[in-house]
Design a protein around this ligand. Structure first.
Ligand SMILES: CC(C)(COP(=O)(O)OP(=O)(O)OC[C@H]1O[C@@H](n2cnc3c(N)ncnc32)[C@H](O)[C@@H]1OP(=O)(O)O)[C@@H](O)C(=O)NCCC(=O)NCCS
Length: 176
């Protein structure tokens, strides 16, 4: 499945995306504010299989971020699940190759993902989990209409829970 924005195609993951993704996951800027770069191919395979599994199960999943007119994956943006951490909300999560930072691309992608989640998948609420020092990601969440709800510890790190409810989306973003 695909979502289109002004500058981007967001398309569901394919098994063939492992090579492109392994290159991204090995990049320390792409992996800022994570548990670290992936050093083994099986880590990328596990990621790709996980998100394809969500697609096959019919639940909202991740998308590759591809600039229109190009044949290159420059990042990902979409939905994550963290029930093993006691978090029941669905997260919008994203990463982008550093060559493309600060052009508003992930804001564009995250808005399309948010709108798809509320409009097409009828989600009641979505969150983003962000380290307090991750200023660019906090800006993306704010521009996505989210506000800080609380601070938690997630995977051992201080983490802000940004959230937007369906009601807030309907009131402020649905028609745009
Ligand atoms: C977070 C990330 C996806 C943002 O992607 P992006 O396409 O560059 O985001 P945008 O261009 O849409 O927005 C970035 C915002 O951060 C701001 N920003 C960037 N660096 C900043 C800095 N050092 N200080 C203050 N603001 C900064 C930009 O000015 C912009 O805000 P603005 O529109 O108000 O000017 C990208 O930085 C990334 O991949 N980081 C590494 C992975 C990561 O942290 N993922 C999120 C985990 S929660």
């Amino acid at each position: 499945m695909e979502l289109e924005t002004e500058r981007l195609i967001l398309r569901s993951f394919l098994e063939d995306d492992v090579d492109s993704m392994a290159e991204l996951f090995a990049n320390s800027d792409f992996m800022r504010f994570s548990l670290g770069v992936f050093t083994e191919r099986k880590q990328t395979i596990a990621f790709v299989e996980k998100v394809i599994g969500w697609d096959r199960a019919g639940i909202p999943s991740q998308f590759t971020v591809v600039p229109r007119g190009e044949d290159a994956i420059i990042g990902y943006c979409g939905f994550f699940y963290h029930p093993e951490h006691g978090i029941e909300d669905i997260e919008i999560g994203y990463r982008l190759h550093p060559d493309y930072w600060n052009r508003g691309l992930i804001t564009e992608a995250a808005r399309a993902v948010r709108d798809y989640g509320f409009r097409d998948r009828k989600l009641s609420r979505v969150i983003s989990l962000i380290h307090p020092e991750n200023v660019p990601s906090r800006r993306v969440a704010a521009k996505n209409g989210m506000t800080v709800e609380k601070k938690i510890t997630f995977r051992g790190f201080p983490t802000l829970v940004y959230a937007i409810t369906r009601e807030e989306w309907l009131a402020n973003h649905a028609a745009r």
